[in-house]
Ligand binder design. Sequence first.
Ligand SMILES: Cc1cc2nc3c(=O)[nH]c(=O)nc-3n(C[C@H](O)[C@H](O)[C@H](O)COP(=O)(O)OP(=O)(O)OC[C@H]3O[C@@H](n4cnc5c(N)ncnc54)[C@H](O)[C@@H]3O)c2cc1C
Length: 393
Amino acid sequence: MLTAENYGYSGIVQLPQDIELLRTQTRRLVDRDLRPRTLEIERERKIPEELVATLRELGYFGITIPERYGGLGLSTLAHAVLQEELGRAHAAFNMLISGNNGIGVMGLVLAGSEEQKERWLPRLASGEWIAAFALTEPNAGSDAQAIEARAVRDGDRFILNGTKHYISRGDIADLVTVFAVTDPATRARGGITAFVVERGTPGFRVARIQDSMGSDVIKQAELVFEDCPVPAGNVVGEIGQGFATAMRILDLGRLSLAARCLGTMEELLSVSVAHAKNRVQFKKPIAEQPAIQHMLADTATDIAMLRPALYTAASRRDAGETVTQDAAMLKLYASEALGRAADRAVQIHGGMGFMRDCVVEGIYREARMMRIVEGTSEIQRMLIARGVLEGQR
Ligand SMILES: Cc1cc2nc3c(=O)[nH]c(=O)nc-3n(C[C@H](O)[C@H](O)[C@H](O)COP(=O)(O)OP(=O)(O)OC[C@H]3O[C@@H](n4cnc5c(N)ncnc54)[C@H](O)[C@@H]3O)c2cc1C
């Protein structure tokens, strides 16, 4: 059910009933158990254990993992809706489960062998294990093809050497999908391979946690691989096809990020409306000031534009279409719109919006990463323009 608090709902997209039901359940969980803990989580830099346990019990670590491996096996559309709802709570909830539902495991789900899926997916679906995705390196960020991590075949194993950084959940991950060069001559055209590396593999260590301007509830870490032996059975997909796999994973990741931005914008609008109605200056609520109303209107408009576009792209992906272009557009639009919405929300709250005990302050800082992760805004524009020039749109 979409409620009156769901500001900005355009009414354009009618979702299937089962997805509406899932939305209602998640909405209840978010409003009853998660949202009230936002400031505590921000302060303590930790999600309370009982809430992690709740997410595990309710299956949120396995939203996208097929049912036969213990997941919920939900569609891209349903996943988007659940992330949107969770996006109204502290960003750490979506970040915690995003590896297991997205970039950390999608390589296995999309390209893994039956044996690999049976071996790893059940533990990830239950949330017993946490997954991470390690592509970025100190010398290869936007230009991911330039990675230097090297995996050299040695009988029935590969010897992995290299450094990955800014890896979300890298410090807590039990399983990392790592990308490394297996053929320097061909690199992205057949020379980059995806591997599953388990925590505890000799030569694999978390070198350091990288403190950030965000809440750091879910952290980024530098991972080092030194003569790390990875069994050949841990190669995900075909040898040499890792770069193509990474790009497929990122298409989905970008839809997910758009959904998370959307939910956070709804939260910003909701708390801004409440504050604007409540805060009296010049003997009347600031909500009566056109300047405040315009800010609320702009955020509501961004929400209304984004939601149907996101649901449409997710549905198209569920129908088997390639959504690279849509995912890039949605990630670009949503992350930039979230930045604007967070800035307006701080402004509407005045001095309070700058203070640590105000929800919008934390959202403002955390939101900044959305224009950087999984391809910066500049890289999304580059991808979109490439598609446009090829006549896609
Ligand atoms: C919070 C956070 C979490 C992350 N989590 C992960 C993770 O889990 N796994 C992972 O692998 N990586 C992760 N990353 C890394 C992230 O994907 C990279 O930071 C991002 O892709 C940008 O790379 P970079 O930081 O090296 O910036 P650079 O590539 O050095 O870019 C610097 C600037 O140059 C611009 N630029 C670069 N090339 C071009 C171009 N051709 N045209 C125009 N502008 C250009 C960029 O847009 C940017 O503004 C994370 C990063 C952050 C901040």
